[in-house]
Design a protein around this ligand. Structure first.
Ligand code: URA
Ligand code: SF4
Length: 185
């Protein structure tokens, strides 16, 4: 078992899949290592690849707005991605790239030990919850597996493209907030 700093070092120097060739910086997850809530998005975007930090671009503003709507900030949560390197032109990460990167996410989950995992978008939900997960139909629903609550919401970039999704996602966050209160007593 590795500690968090070791894991971060591996991610920063990783070349386990072809995404390493085109990336500028790999993007390790970030946030409160003791948080009970872990958000998992798809992959870093262009800005995140420049910065080496998750959600620093336009989607990050949407994410912060959602957190703020339930009175939370990034210091209280942990945030990461299924793949840690930016896929060229924001294409979906290929299954073999996800496969290569998933051990890092598994280690992150073991180290953070979240009580609630929130998938941001379809790719994360299909990877973490169920391979045929339908984000449009199933966002905001919770299921309990191995001592952890799992749920999924629209990804911030989808809200940027279609702002009617914002209201629905804020409702999902309200439910998330209530669930997190129940868990933390
Ligand atoms: N979109 C993602 O899925 N992850 C990021 O870190 C940034 C944008
Ligand atoms: Fe390594 Fe993951 Fe980056 Fe691929 S995406 S090079 S597996 S850190």
């Amino acid at each position: 078992m590795y500690n968090y700093e070791e894991l971060k070092h591996f991610v920063e120097h990783c070349s386990r899949c072809p995404l390493s060739a085109a990336r500028n910086k790999s993007v390790m997850g970030r946030g409160n290592l003791h948080s009970s809530i872990m958000f998992i998005a798809e992959a870093p975007g262009y800005q995140e690849d420049r910065d080496g930090i998750p959600f620093t671009g336009a989607s990050g503003k949407v994410f912060d707005e959602l957190l703020a709507s339930i009175g939370m900030s990034r210091d209280e949560i942990y945030l990461t991605n299924v793949v840690k390197c930016h896929p060229p032109r924001n294409r979906d990460p290929e299954p073999d790239e996800q496969e290569a990167c998933i051990p890092y996410l598994k280690y992150e989950t073991l180290l953070i030990r979240p009580r609630i995992i929130v998938c941001l978008g379809r790719i994360a939900a299909q990877r973490i919850i169920r391979s045929d997960f339908r984000i449009t139909r199933e966002h905001g629903q919770f299921l309990y597996r191995k001592n952890t609550w799992l749920t999924a919401v629209y990804q911030p970039s989808a809200i940027l493209r279609d702002d009617t999704k914002m209201a629905e996602t804020k409702e999902d966050f309200k439910v998330l907030f209530i669930r997190s209160r129940e868990i933390n007593g």
